[in-house]
Design a protein around this ligand. Structure first.
Ligand code: GRF
Length: 195
């Protein structure tokens, strides 16, 4: 599993594509005494991702890479050498909308985590809240899991359940789950380091 060496924090890269509210919660967590990780890099496939602003705010290095299908091999090669150069030992995906290749995942085997806004193994993939509501589920939630080569299918680390109220909308459900995500990701990281 992931191990810290001595009292040094494990250098971590967070991958984002959008708002980066999970990124922010991870950065804030990483600055606490109990955190086994430090956030040293922010990676994005979108130069306009709002979350990239946290790079300036918290003085954390960032890198934007293309990741388009035809450039994926090259982007991942660049990324790997960049991660190595920065001594990154853990990757946290947080709203990163790119599917990484098997080869990349193998190179970081067991050291990539992801957060997904559903109670996996239910509702893998996109539009989770919409599908959950259409199916009239009573509960939904969020999951932090290890990343393997199949989408949203790696070993589950932690989950948090939320109750769906009458008149719940996609928006209200997304908001409610996001609040839980911000608590769950740090907790899951603590769990990973205690395994
Ligand atoms: C979160 O709901 C996460 O679970 C999903 O994408 C969303 C990202 O939100 N994978 P943010 O960018 O962290 O605010």
């Amino acid at each position: 599993m992931v191990q810290s060496t001595g009292n040094k924090k494990v250098k971590t890269a967070v991958f984002i594509s959008g708002t980066g509210s999970n990124l922010k919660s991870l950065i804030v967590f990483s600055k606490t005494k109990e955190s086994p990780i430090s956030v040293n890099l922010i990676i994005s496939n979108k130069s306009k991702a709002k979350g990239l602003n946290y790079s300036k705010i918290f003085k954390i290095k960032k890198k934007v890479l293309d990741f388009k299908k035809k450039n994926l091999v090259l982007s991942e090669r660049k990324l790997l050498s960049f991660l190595k150069k920065n001594n990154i030992k853990l990757i946290c995906l947080a709203g990163f909308m790119i599917i990484l290749s098997k080869n990349f995942i193998k190179k970081f085997n067991g050291k990539i985590l992801n957060i997904h806004p559903s109670l996996l193994p239910k509702y893998k993939g996109l539009n989770t809240h919409k599908r959950v509501l259409n199916n009239k589920e009573k509960y939904s939630g969020c999951t932090v899991h290890f990343v393997n080569s199949k989408l949203d299918s790696g070993k589950i680390i932690l989950q948090k359940k939320v109750k769906i109220k009458k008149n719940e909308t996609e928006n209200s459900l997304a908001k409610k789950i996001l609040i839980q995500e911000h608590k769950l990701y740090p907790k899951a990281i603590l769990k990973v380091f205690s395994l």
